[in-house]
Design a protein around this ligand. Structure first.
Ligand code: UDP
Ligand code: MN
Length: 242
């Protein structure tokens, strides 16, 4: 029996939200044994999003997870943190202590082979992410099948210089630290402090993607369109008075 992948996607209302989620949903439709946790940065779940998620036929959980306003005013906004924390709470309170957790943002690009790579994660697996920083890649450095360090153009004192999309966590392992696992509202340091909260040791990290020689996930970013920010629903009715 294949372990389930809990694929956690933070999202937020803007013009590009629906198209991003259609694209991602159509990727995930190709993946067996997946549970999609879509955590929206809103006070109330958007019904248009609900019906879109229903259309894919993927098991999903739709969560409203608004960022506290105090964080929106920071110079560096911790994007997606309230969402991921809410998803972690859902996993914990529903006792999903088997399977694998992965943080997949709504604008990233995922090769289907990524899923078969991360599915059998025993502790924490790591792999390259394309389109990160000045080097255009962020990757574990592997020697003789073991991760010995990280290549990333922005180390910034991080013990774990990895992108959010560059690792997956076994849930049985995560549950050993369920009372201390956390993600901080500190832009740039979310991954590092999350992995530190799991007491992870470098020796335990499992390199994936052919010893980190393949890029199976890309940090693509969609060009933002002009304000005003409107939520473009998936189905619209343009009608004129008859
Ligand atoms: N996000 C969010 N609220 C925001 C901004 C972003 O929930 O106010 C989500 C977004 O949908 C994405 C993740 O947080 O899944 C990271 O944001 P973004 O892609 O804008 O950041 P980048 O990848 O450019 O660093
Ligand atoms: Mn992004």
């Amino acid at each position: 029996d294949l372990p389930t992948i809990y694929f956690v996607t933070p999202t937020y209302p803007r013009r590009e939200q629906m198209p991003e989620l259609i694209r991602l949903g159509h990727t995930l439709m190709h993946v067996p044994k997946i549970h999609w946790i879509v955590a929206d940065d809103v006070y109330q779940c958007n019904v248009h999003l609900d019906s879109l998620l229903m259309e894919f036929g993927i098991p999903f959980t739709h969560i409203s997870s608004p960022m506290n306003n105090i964080y929106r005013h920071l110079k560096n906004v911790p994007r997606g943190v309230a969402n991921r924390r809410a998803a972690l709470n859902w996993i914990k309170s529903n006792n999903k202590s088997e399977g694998v957790l992965y943080f997949g943002d709504d604008d990233n690009t995922f090769h289907l082979r990524l899923f078969s790579e991360i599915r059998h994660t025993k502790v924490v697996s790591m792999f390259p992410v394309g389109l990160i920083g000045n080097y255009a890649v962020s990757s574990p450095v592997v020697r003789e099948g073991k991760v010995i360090g990280f290549l990333d153009s922005w180390i910034a004192g991080r013990e774990w210089a990895v992108d959010m999309a560059g690792f997956a966590v076994n849930l049985e392992y995560l549950f050993r630290y369920k009372n201390q696992v956390t993600m901080p509202y500190k832009a740039g340091y979310e991954e590092d402090m999350f992995l530190r909260s799991l007491n992870l040791r470098l020796e335990e990290v499992e390199p994936k993607a052919s010893n980190c020689t393949e890029i199976l996930v890309y940090h693509t970013q969609t060009k933002k369109t002009k304000s005003p920010d409107i939520i473009l629903p998936h189905s619209i009715t343009l009608s004129s008075p008859s």
